[in-house]
Design a protein around this ligand. Sequence first.
Ligand code: UDP
Length: 457
Amino acid sequence: MEEERRPAHAMVFPFPCAGHINPTLRLAGLLHARGVRVTFVNTERNHARLPPRRAREGFRFAAVPDGLSDEDRAAPDSTVRLYLSLRRSCGAPLVALARSLGTVTCVVVSGLVSFALDAADEIGVPAFVLWGTSSCGFLGTLRLRELRQRGYTPLKDESWLTNGYLDTPIDWIAGMPPVRLGDISSFVRTLDPHCFALRVEEGEANSCARARGGVILNTFECLEPDVLAALRDEFPRVYTVGPLAGATQQQHLSLWEEDGECVPWLDAQAPGSVLYVSFGSLAVLSAAQAEELAWGLAAARRPFLWAARPGLVAGAMPAGALAAAAGRCFVAEWCAQERVLGHRAVGGFLTHSGWNSTAESIRAGVPMLCWPGFADQYINCRYACEEWGVGIRLDEALRRDRVAARVEELMGDSDAAREMRRRAAAWKARAEAATAPAGSSHDGLAALVEELAAAAR
Ligand code: UDP
């Protein structure tokens, strides 16, 4: 007798920040295109920011409250408050939403919302986690516990941040080449034995083992083969579906308003001449750092496009330096980043090494100047520079002369710069091949869709 087939219906819920929403939306688009019904759940606040074109995407959007007060939202630790508030207040609304939809057959969540795994259990459907960082970042996070147990972290005092201790080689993580302690994650840099962020990251990564459906990774097999082999020793179901950047036809997946003027500005620039500068959706620069950066960019004498969202600089934007670079720079609040990286005028990317930005840059074949500062950004930088050969690390303490020198190293015409461009183009080709029919990520997605369908039976 033929099995009764219900269509797979995924209730998809990302942690509500750009780095989680973007890849989750892209994955949702891919699943929808392969016949999976999708209900994409935002927080009410983000739902209200959805542009009308979202309605044309073909899948349903729904919203749950995030439980934050205005005071929470304005607080410097608003992301922590958001994390805690979601845990407190979102489980029951998710369960109620799934029950009201009636046909949900699985839950797909991004990292940082492990409470939704309990909601999936309560609804009685399997959960899948799209762990949105690099796989090397995931593996590093999974090893934080061992690093604590072996006494590598927390640091003994402030001086350990600068006395070379962070260069301690770590050569015992299966699947990783020897790396520096400080490369593994920003969370090893803590002095606090109870560091909240460290415990959260570590706990959230380990909770992926509770996702009955499996772990979905925004990477491709030949980018991180050893890491993936190590992860598969721990997680029976790992689906590699990346890079999700460029995966769907829609160029505009952002929830934020993009500055359209930067594109005509790019059109007027010479091919490969522009440095694109962006630090993602969360990073904050001190006013002094912004000054050094901007004066360095001004001194580098190359055109640059800076995506500087409100709040990026704690203080005023470096107006003097930007005036000094007038005619050569364009400052936008928020860009259509994938489109910018794919523009022929862009020849380099000064990035905070967030994973989405890194993956988008790899997908676009653009070499990077890496200035990591948080979570997995350090290991992404390490892999970009030393494993994949497509990045140059910018010194941690920003100094204008060093910034200018590094920009020249990246954008100039030296043999090393040309070689890096050649490697970036080769990685772009491999990323395209991975997502094309018969490619590893194409197959990974097909296996995931098959699993979602199986969960519906
Ligand atoms: N982004 C964008 N426009 C901007 C800046 C960032 O669309 O002006 C997007 C970028 O393409 C990426 C995301 O925001 O998809 C940032 O994610 P990432 O993981 O790089 O960093 P995070 O924001 O999580 O630190």
